[in-house]
Design a protein around this ligand. Structure first.
Ligand SMILES: [Fe+2]
Length: 261
């Protein structure tokens, strides 16, 4: 999904029905939402931050990252719809590095972070254990994680809507995070080494997130079987996007209040 400016249909060969069309139209509203247009992305992509400010981002995003497999597991265990379970299981499997612990997404994120810290001259200062000790998690981060578990663990249609929001904003989220990370590229001696450090981002802006988009649309379709269930999909979708907007803006506020040193 290199989507942003002129998103095209998810898959040329993905035949849709009217309800899927409605769901896809809903999904595309992520691009104009505050979840993807917020103060954090402006800060992150407009210039380099100090190590302390980066740590604020890393602590909160890292917490969200770590909780994501748990959140997906809640979703799988909250439905008996086999098709939806299979779709969510695929997403979880890729999130968990296709069974390779070294490729679990939170592990890849931690690796990038440690290498960035080294290039910034703070040694192992960005090891997760250090970040965890040094920076507090913001209430909005817990609200996002707990809100996801509540949405995913409750009504199936609302949960599917929440997942639709997550997966459709994910590609642009990761692309923007990568754009900001690329501002630090000159700190690496060799350009190839920088790209090797960025495996976390490439795992998302490659095929993976594209597949998750289709999977989340297919899963939502399983539950959008009536006017009222379609409405609940929309509610779960919008609530989740709002939580993302609050999460990112809270991180931006905290970064702005963190004095450079
Ligand atoms: Fe991921």
């Amino acid at each position: 999904m290199p989507i942003p400016s002129s998103p095209t249909s998810v898959e040329a060969n993905f035949h849709t029905d009217p309800v899927t069309d409605k769901l896809e139209a809903l999904a595309r509203t992520v691009y104009t939402s505050g979840a993807l247009n917020n103060h954090f992305y402006e800060l992150w992509t407009s210039g380099r931050l100090t190590p302390r400010q980066i740590a604020v981002f890393a602590r909160n995003y890292g917490e969200f990252n770590r909780a994501f497999p748990e959140v997906l597991a809640v979703m799988i265990s909250s439905t008996r719809n086999v098709c939806a379970q299979a779709e969510y299981a695929k997403t979880l499997y890729s999130e968990m590095g296709y069974g390779n612990p070294g490729k679990v997404h939170s592990v890849l994120f931690d690796s990038w972070l440690v290498e960035l810290g080294e290039r910034l001259g703070i040694g192992q200062g960005f090891k997760w254990i250090e970040i965890e000790r040094e920076v507090n998690v913001l209430p909005e981060t817990y609200a996002l994680i707990e809100g996801e578990k509540r949405l995913y663990g409750g009504d199936n249609a609302a949960g599917a809507g929440a997942q639709l929001a997550l997966e459709w904003q994910a590609y642009t989220m990761l692309r923007k995070l990568y754009d900001g990370a690329a501002l630090y590229k000159p700190l690496w001696d060799a350009e190839d080494a920088f790209h090797e450090s960025c495996e976390y981002f490439y795992a998302h802006i490659g095929a993976t997130e594209k597949e998750h988009k289709v999977e989340s649309l297919q899963a939502a379709r399983q539950f959008a079987t009536s006017e009222s269930s379609l409405k609940r999909v929309e509610e779960g979708f919008n609530e989740h996007l709002q939580m993302f907007e609050d999460f990112w803006n809270a991180i931006a506020r905290e970064i702005n209040s963190t004095r450079p040193h």
